[in-house]
Ligand binder design. Structure first.
Ligand SMILES: [Zn+2]
Ligand SMILES: [Zn+2]
Length: 364
């Protein structure tokens, strides 16, 4: 079968819409018609050349759509079901898969680095040449063929446009608080970065009953956005030290780096209190290293950890998030930004690079 998709060829070149050949779905696969797909920081790493991955590639890993075909062995979803795509079609047999962390699966991450699925294939080609898959998904397309394992049913609980956000930003951001930090009520949370993931970290902190949520971001529109979502303070980086001095002079109970640069991780750790937990949420550009003061861990007994996709199996976490949405505790629609057609994929990427307050979406 064929599909139209937005193709990324090289840094600095506009993305182009092409018609690709898709491999026939196998017995465990499903074909999903993408209704909405977000642009995530991970996609932008690739577009900006901060990650070296094979091209040409179909990016996009935050998608929602409708199942149009199921393989003979699939019983988890049916044709017509509305689904959110998880970007973790893991191997199913490694130690991380065994501990129910498909997103930490080492063979999966090797595959993502190679622009393929775990079996080394991509299932996509153009004029007979391999087209690579962004984050084992490739959702900036009209149709994708994916393992049924990653087509997670929403049971029509949310409009698909809103549901797209669940596929990466929400699972990652909310999971960072609930499942990685395991935040308990009454704490002070510090969130570095108020982009899509940061906005969900803020909501996660609110769900966890944080007493104060301090957010740092240089972009004013993003600061205004997080104040609407439950942040108690939203400040420019220049004002962080002063703000923390009066909100919580000992530091935050939980510090979240939703950006992923070494400086932002160090800042989150520095403003986390003794014995508190800092969580790395945003992904860093390839090759960067952290320069950390051992005293943060020895004298001050802090914990530094990371989270991959919210530190929970997406199939387990998604129903929890949907419950929060249904109860009005987790907002999706207010986080949406500009919506572009697939044909305007390059405009969508450019809009996203300008750090808007709302998540940019593509509707194929
Ligand atoms: Zn993402
Ligand atoms: Zn695995």
């Amino acid at each position: 079968m064929k599909t139209r998709a937005g193709l990324f060829r090289a840094v600095g070149e506009p993305l182009e819409v092409v018609e690709l050949d898709l491999a026939e779905p196998g017995p465990d696969d499903v074909v999903v018609r993408i209704v909405a797909a977000g642009i995530c920081g991970t996609d932008l790493h690739q577009v900006k050349g901060e990650w070296q991955r094979p091209t040409p590639m179909v990016l996009g890993h935050e998608g929602a759509g409708i199942v149009e075909h199921v393989g003979d062995a699939v019983d988890s979803v049916r044709v017509g079901d509305e689904v959110v795509l998880s970007w973790a079609p893991s191997c199913g047999t490694c130690a991380d898969c065994a501990r129910a962390r498909p997103a930490a699966c080492v063979p999966l991450h090797r595959a993502i680095g190679n622009g393929t699925l775990v079996d080394g294939t991509t299932g996509m080609s153009l004029d007979g040449a391999t087209v690579y898959r962004g984050t084992a998904t490739g959702a900036w397309a009209e149709h994708v063929v994916v393992s049924s394992q990653v087509a997670l049913p929403t049971h029509g609980a949310v409009p698909l446009r809103d549901a797209a956000l669940l596929g990466c930003a929400a699972l990652t951001g909310v999971g960072a608080v609930l499942f990685a930090a395991r935040a308990t009520p009454g704490g002070v949370a510090l969130v570095i970065g108020a982009g899509g993931v940061g906005q969900f970290v803020v909501q996660g902190a609110r769900l966890a009953g944080a007493e104060a949520i301090v957010v740092v971001d240089p972009v004013e529109a993003r600061r205004e956005q997080v104040l609407r979502l439950g942040a108690t303070h939203a400040v420019h980086p220049d004002d962080l030290k002063e703000t923390m001095a009066w909100v919580s002079p000992e530091g935050a109970d939980y510090g979240f780096d939703a950006v992923g640069y070494p400086e932002t991780t160090v800042t989150a750790l520095r403003f986390t209190r003794s014995g508190g937990t800092t969580v790395m949420v945003g992904l860093p550009p390839t090759g960067l290293r952290l320069d950390l003061d051992p005293g943060e861990f020895l004298r001050r007994e802090k914990f530094l950890t990371g989270t991959m996709y919210g530190s929970e199996d997406p199939a387990v976490a998604l129903p929890i998030l949907l419950e929060h949405v249904a109860a009005g505790r987790l907002e999706l629609a207010p986080l949406l930004g500009e919506v572009f057609s697939l044909d305007a994929i390059d405009d969508a990427v450019q809009a996203s690079l300008e750090l808007p307050a709302g998540r940019v979406l593509i509707e194929p």
